[in-house]
Design a protein. Structure first.
Length: 162
């Protein structure tokens, strides 16, 4: 049996284990930021979808009250129009109302978008070509707002065809 002699300093010093830890911080931060963005996007998407449902309901009410619920009652029809149309204002075919109140209507516009600062917002409106004439009014057609700023709030923007 062979004995090795240790000096007292060697015998007294504990053995040190070297543990090397490398953190890929850039990759971690990227994954973390992506996870946060996904959670935020889901939360914002849910909130904006809820806002869209509120706007659809407000649009139904706007048509039912002929603009009174939005704060400005729609002007009445002219006399010559009264004799030919026996339906509520802006509801000759029902297309315009349906395009604003039915989520899956082909003319319904409802999507999430992001502004130049990266803040998401809701785009809400209709693709019905004549909707802008009623929303803004023309020389011959009085303004009858389909969507009002109060209905949209600060998180949505109206869209009508050009």
């Amino acid at each position: 049996m062979q004995r090795t002699a240790h000096t007292t300093a060697e015998a007294a010093a504990p053995q040190q284990a070297v543990i090397e830890i490398r953190l890929e911080l850039d990759a971690f931060h990227a994954r973390f930021n992506q996870a946060v963005a996904e959670v935020m996007t889901k939360a914002l998407t849910a909130a904006l979808k809820e806002k869209a449902a509120e706007i659809r309901a407000a649009a139904r009410e706007q048509f039912a009250t002929q603009g009174r619920s939005g704060g400005t009652p729609w002007p009445a029809r002219r006399n010559r129009t009264l004799s030919t149309i026996h339906r509520p204002l802006l509801q000759r075919s029902g297309l315009l109302l349906a395009s604003l109140t039915e989520e899956f209507n082909p003319a319904h516009v409802e999507r999430l978008d992001v502004d130049e600062r990266g803040i998401p917002y809701l785009v809400f409106g209709t693709a019905v070509r004549y909707s802008r004439f009623h929303q803004e009014g023309t020389r011959t057609i009085p303004q009858r707002q389909l969507l009002t700023p109060q209905m949209l709030g600060g998180t949505a923007r109206a869209q009508f065809p050009v």
